[in-house]
Write a protein that binds this ligand. Structure first.
Ligand code: KDG
Ligand code: MG
Length: 402
């Protein structure tokens, strides 16, 4: 089954998405997500200039070999751009395999380990009361796992809080917006927020929070310890991802579960963290972490150490990635939770999806392959819009982690 054509489709139905379409001489085609928020065109160029010419003529059935061709075959390997490109190729190949065999992806990954996938909602507020109310709303919608974020009093801009009444979308048109952040007031504020959430609604639901890389190791250790009375499902990205040693300090002081790695892109980012049992959840998504082929290896390593999967699932990952994640979540034994941030309506004008949300869980139907389709004509109605993620500075102007 030879790959006869490969094209990259860039569209912006509400936000930018990059999609790879591979066609075979058997008439079967596959789709893969190649979206890297704010760096979309870099992945497009890497695919078009360096990967796709070498893909034409290869046997689409040999997914493992093709993966290694693009990973080992690139002397300059790893990194988000390269790994996102490989992920897109890999997803499209698994989609082709499923379609060719007439079976959904989860069957190729070992079949269902569960019938539905627990997802967590985003509950966000411009102030403490709003955030607490947002948790109540998510509970009313049936969510059993809820991430809470809110603005921090006295801090100009906080991660995860939308502007106006729009849905949260951090990438903004043009060059990066400069935001102002300070960690000390946040450290004082977060326990108050969590205390209000737990004293209002009790403990019979999973509560999560994303620090978004904004603590030093000792601040993170203090925060994780302060979170213990609130029984978090996880504290996400307490330190910047590249500072792996920072996780040791957190572990010395607290048993609050830690999730990390939405910015990681290879198993080598995780080997120390998993084998030294410094984390509880893997966040690296299929779209940035080398695709299904590579994530299977990460999940297998994680399983040995009782670490669970908790895929990143923000709106800047396309519906193709979300569907692929649900297949994976259904299949692996060591599944923890899946992030769920619904896309805005125009995205569903372009992408026809096969999953649905119901009372705290997502299910996926049994269409072959990944099962999401793209309407290429509709995609043309939504041309690419250059956009960037914000950057953060401290109040004195020092550049900081966003
Ligand atoms: O593009 C950046 C977003 O994907 C990220 O900020 C979202 O941290 C995030 C999350 O946990 O969803
Ligand atoms: Mg995050």
């Amino acid at each position: 089954m030879k790959i006869v054509s490969a094209k990259v489709i860039v569209c912006s139905p509400g936000r930018n998405f990059v999609t790879l379409k591979l066609e075979t001489d058997a008439g079967v085609y596959g789709l893969g997500d190649a979206t890297l928020n704010g760096r979309e065109k870099a992945v497009v160029a890497y695919l078009e200039e360096h990967c796709l010419p070498a893909l034409i003529g290869r046997d689409a059935r040999n997914i493992e070999d093709i993966w290694h061709y693009f990973y080992r075959g690139a002397y300059w390997r790893r990194g988000p751009v390269t790994m996102t490109a490989i992920s897109a190729i890999d997803m499209a190949l698994w989609d082709i395999k499923g379609k060719a065999l007439g079976t959904p992806l989860y069957n190729l990954l070992g079949g269902k380990s569960r019938e539905r996938v627990m997802v967590y909602a985003h509950a966000t507020g411009k102030e403490l009361g709003d955030a607490v109310d947002a948790v109540g709303k998510a509970r009313d919608e049936g969510f059993v796992a809820i991430r809470v974020q809110s603005s921090v009093p006295g801090v100009a801009s906080s991660y995860g809080v939308p502007k106006g009444d729009r849905a949260y979308e951090p990438a903004q048109k043009g060059v990066a917006e400069e935001q102002v952040w300070e960690t000390a007031p946040y450290l004082r504020y977060l326990p108050k927020l969590m205390d209000r959430v737990r004293s209002t609604y009790g403990f019979d639901f999973h509560l999560l929070h994303d620090v978004h890389h904004r603590c030093t190791p000792s601040q993170a250790a203090r925060l994780a310890k302060a979170m213990e009375p609130f029984d978090l499902f996880w504290l996400e990205d307490p330190v910047a991802g590249e500072l792996q040693e920072g996780l040791r300090m957190i572990r010395k002081h607290s048993t609050t579960p830690i999730a990390i790695g939405e910015v990681f892109n290879s198993i080598y980012d995780y080997t120390t963290l998993i084998t030294e049992q410094l984390i509880d959840y893997v966040r690296m998504p299929i779209v940035h972490g080398g695709g299904i082929t590579h994530l299977q290896k990460v999940a297998a390593l994680a399983a040995v150490y009782h670490v669970q999967m908790g895929f990143h699932g923000a709106t800047d990952l396309s519906p193709i990635n979300f569907a692929a994640s649900l297949h994976f979540d259904l299949a692996v034994n060591n599944f923890g939770v899946q992030e769920y941030m619904p896309h805005v309506d125009p995205a569903f004008d372009v992408f026809k999806v096969n999953y649905k949300f119901e009372r705290g869980y997502c299910t996926i139907d049994d269409k072959p392959g990944i099962g999401v389709e793209i309407d290429e004509e509709k995609a043309k109605k939504y041309p690419y819009v250059a956009a960037s993620l914000p950057v953060a500075r401290r109040t004195d102007g020092t550049m900081f982690h966003w």
